[in-house]
Ligand binder design. Structure first.
Ligand SMILES: [Zn+2]
Length: 433
C-alpha cells in the first residue's frame, strides 16, 4: 500500500479554536482564485479543506459520489450520511488527485477495477491515516475515504468501553496458547479496532504474529501484516495455508466467509495456533449458527472456540446539552419486554443517571456526539458445548449463554444509558435481539 506524505501542514494557528468558516466558504474562495492560481494548488487546497472539515465534524467516512459532471460530497457522522457540498468535477480534479495519493494505478489502466489503498496526511497538527476505496460507477470513480484518526486512536483494549469484569475475561481468554477467537458485528461496528487492539496487547518480540486483511486498516508495529487480493487469486484460504508454513504463533484472519477458510482456521486453532477473526453476524451465538450453516462440523466449533465478542457502535449523548431525565414508562416497558429484566432494577439502580438528548450547536441539534461501543462476550461452558454439538437453535444457545452469565449487548447498553453516556431510546433502536 502506498503511503503518501501530504503537503506540509499549514502554519499553526494562533488560537486553538478553528476559525469561524464553513466548507462552502472555503470552496467559494478557492473557486474565485481559479485562473490566478494553478489548478493543482487549488485542488490540493480544496482536498485539504475537505479533510479538515471532516475531522472537525468527527466524520468516520468521506463519500465522493460522481453524478454526471458533479460530485456529491457527503460525510458519515455518528453513523449517518450528511450532504455537505456539490461541486463540478471540471473545477477541481479531486478524484484524480485522490487516486495518486492512494497509490492507485492511472485510471486508464484500471478502468473497470475497484481499488483500495490509503495515505497519511497531517490535518491541522494531527497525523491522520485515510483508507481509500474506489469503485467504478458509470459516471467515473466513486471514492470513499475511511478516517483512521491516529492522533485519537490509540488501540488500547482498556479504552474501548468494555465493562471492567468483561475486560478481565477478554484479557484472560486472549492469553490462551491456542484456539480461535471471534469478533462479530455489522460493517462499521468497530470489529477491526477491537481485533487490532487485541493484537497490540499480545505483541512481543518472542512471538510471531501474522495477519491476512482486506483491507489493512491499522498499521501494527511488530506484526507482519498482509492484504489478500481475491482478484489475483490470493484469498483468505490460500493466504492462511501459506502463513501456516511460516511458523506463526498468532494469526489474524480478516474475515471468515466460507467453509474452506473456516476449516483451515479451526484446524490451525486445534494444532497449537491462536487465531483471531471476524464473522459478519449480529450476535455472539449467531457465530456458532453461521459456522454450522456454512458446513463446519459442530464439534470442531465447540472444541476450538475460546471466546466470541459481539459488538456495535451506538451514539453517545452530547455532553454539552444532555439533561437529566426519567425514562418514559413505554420505553421502560419495551426494555423489560426485550431484555426479560424487571423494571425496578433498571430504574432504581443507585448509579441511575439517565439523560435525555436535547440538541445544541455543538452537536448540530442532534443531541448526540461521537460513538460508543456496546459489547457482549461469550465463552463456552460444558452446557453450551453440548448444545453446539447437538445443533441446538440460536434461541436455545442464547438462553444458555445468558444463564451462564453472559451480559448481552442490550444489557451493556442499559448500563451505559444508566451511567448517562447514551439514552435508552438509542440503545433500543440499535440493538435487536
Ligand atoms: Zn449538544
Amino acid at each position: 500500500m502506498a503511503l503518501f506524505k501530504a503537503t506540509p501542514p499549514p502554519p499553526p494557528e494562533e488560537a486553538a479554536e478553528y476559525p469561524p468558516d464553513t466548507l462552502e466558504q472555503r470552496y467559494a474562495s478557492l473557486l474565485a482564485a481559479k485562473g490566478k492560481t494553478d489548478d493543482n494548488t487549488l485542488t490540493n487546497g480544496f482536498l485539504r479543506a475537505i479533510l479538515e472539515f471532516a475531522l472537525r465534524e468527527a466524520a468516520s467516512d468521506i463519500h465522493f459520489d460522481p453524478q454526471g459532471d458533479t460530485f456529491r460530497l457527503r460525510f458519515r457522522i455518528d453513523g449517518s450520511l450528511e450532504d455537505k457540498l456539490a461541486f463540478s468535477s471540471k473545477d477541481f480534479s479531486v478524484a484524480a488527485q485522490l487516486r495518486v495519493m492512494a497509490g492507485f494505478p492511472p485510471q486508464a489502466a484500471s478502468a473497470y477495477s475497484p481499488e483500495d489503498g490509503g495515505f497519511e496526511a497531517m490535518v491541522g497538527d494531527r497525523p491522520v491515516r485515510f483508507r481509500v476505496s474506489a469503485f467504478p460507477s458509470i459516471h467515473g470513480d466513486k471514492l470513499v475515504l475511511r478516517v483512521l484518526d491516529m492522533g485519537h486512536q490509540t488501540l488500547m483494549l482498556e479504552h474501548l468501553g468494555f465493562a471492567p469484569d468483561v475486560l478481565a475475561q477478554v484479557q484472560s481468554a486472549i492469553k490462551s496458547p491456542s484456539g480461535i477467537f471471534f469478533v462479530c458485528g455489522v460493517t462499521g461496528g468497530g470489529k477491526s479496532t477491537t481485533l487490532c487492539s487485541i493484537l497490540k496487547t499480545l505483541t512481543r518480540p518472542e512471538i510471531s504474529i501474522m495477519t491476512l486483511e482486506d483491507p489493512v486498516e491499522y498499521m501494527l508495529p511488530g506484526v507482519s501484516q498482509s492484504k489478500i487480493s481475491p482478484q489475483a487469486g490470493f484469498t483468505f484460504a490460500d493466504g492462511l495455508r501459506s502463513i501456516l508454513r511460516q511458523d506463526p504463533n498468532i494469526i489474524m484472519v480478516g474475515e471468515i466467509r466460507d467453509k474452506e477458510t473456516a476449516e483451515i482456521a479451526i484446524r490451525a486453532a486445534l494444532t497449537g495456533h491462536l487465531i483471531f477473526t471476524t464473522i459478519h453476524t449480529i450476535s455472539s451465538v449467531g457465530v456458532i449458527s453461521r459456522l454450522v450453516d456454512i458446513g463446519v462440523e459442530p464439534f470442531l466449533i465447540s472444541s476450538s472456540t475460546i471466546g466470541v465478542i459481539a459488538q456495535r457502535l451506538i451514539r453517545r449523548v452530547c455532553p454539552e446539552c444532555a439533561q437529566p431525565d426519567t425514562p418514559a414508562p413505554q420505553i421502560v416497558n419495551r426494555i423489560v419486554t426485550r431484555s426479560g429484566l424487571a423494571a425496578k432494577p433498571i430504574l432504581t439502580a443507585p448509579e441511575g443517571k439517565f439523560v435525555a438528548a436535547v440538541g445544541c450547536p455543538a452537536c448540530n441539534g442532534t443531541g448526540y456526539r461521537g460513538r460508543l461501543g456496546i459489547f457482549e462476550f461469550l465463552q463456552l461452558n460444558n452446557e453450551l458445548k453440548t448444545l453446539i454439538d447437538t445443533k441446538a437453535s440460536v434461541a436455545d444457545l442464547h438462553k444458555a449463554a445468558v444463564k451462564s452469565g453472559m451480559r448481552t449487548m442490550l444489557m451493556d447498553g442499559i448500563i451505559k444509558a444508566r451511567a448517562g453516556l447514551t439514552t435508552l431510546t438509542e440503545v433500543l433502536t440499535s440493538v435487536s435481539e
